[in-house]
Design a protein around this ligand. Sequence first.
Ligand code: SF4
Length: 337
Amino acid sequence: MSERSVTTYTMWSLFRNCRKAAQWRYVLDLVPLERDRNLAFGSLAHECLEIWHRTRDLAAALDHVDRACANRAQHEEQRKTWHLATAMLRGYAARYATEPFEVVALEKKFEGEIVNPATGAASRSFVLQGKVDGIVRIGNDHFLLEHKTASVLDSSYLERLWTDFQITLYAYYVEQALGIKIAGVLYNVLVKARLQQSAGETEMEFEARRAELIAKSKSGKSSAQRRMPESDADFQARLAEKYAEPAMFHRETLYLSREQFDTLRAELWELTQAYLDARRRGVFYQNTSYCFQYGRPCPYFALCRSGGSTNVIENFYEKVPPHQELAAAETAESVPF
Ligand code: SF4
């Protein structure tokens, strides 16, 4: 098994969406120097939730946020992350002080064969590895626990959970590897509050506002006070109020169909064959309709636009071994901005 390459669903999904992106990431090992902020926040939230569900110790989870955002006094992005993660965790611990499930495993890794559905033979080139956020038991049924941080939680977000094929496939592999029948997925959705800490007014801004008020006032006077920056404590209080709202957390249970397992396993096999072919020929096609898929440019946009310029690679990318998501959550000590 050690001769074969480790792969993940993330890799196969990227290859399916844009072969060129898979080449940049999984053949050439390139990642952008500047990490996506949403991904960084999502990773931190996952780490904290793992600590919380493992220990039920809110102080330990908050301490993890403090350490991850150790430079928040000087670094504005870290300060924003710290505020959001801290308030979110406090709200979460209050909302789910007791749980309807029993935790069976957390951050559980698995490895399984990728099988040719026509012959039943395992791939000689690849194995699949993955990690699930958790496995929980409700009554006699087991569910995968999947954490999601969302900017907006609406009906279309919940509808889209159905297209989360990764977790369906992982359920199959967890069943094979651990011998636990998985009934479905419990999506644990945490909404990112959009509140901003008020920066207050500069002296000039205040004078301009005051002059305007005076001009409108019959008395020719104004008692307006300069708005001062919002303190960390005041902002946390405002965030705590937000996170006391029921809509900031949501749990959704989806039941898995066995037919979906077969379809996804067959698709996975097809992807391995297409990948081997692309690698053999050294041809990874671009899918330009995917460049702005999530309302922002693909992380490899600069690279594709420059035709793979070495200058762009040297200045904006670094080489990082693939499948970092399989590394232990505890290894991430700081939020890279
Ligand atoms: S920029 Fe577009 S073509 Fe290039 S890797 Fe990304 S999605 Fe593919």
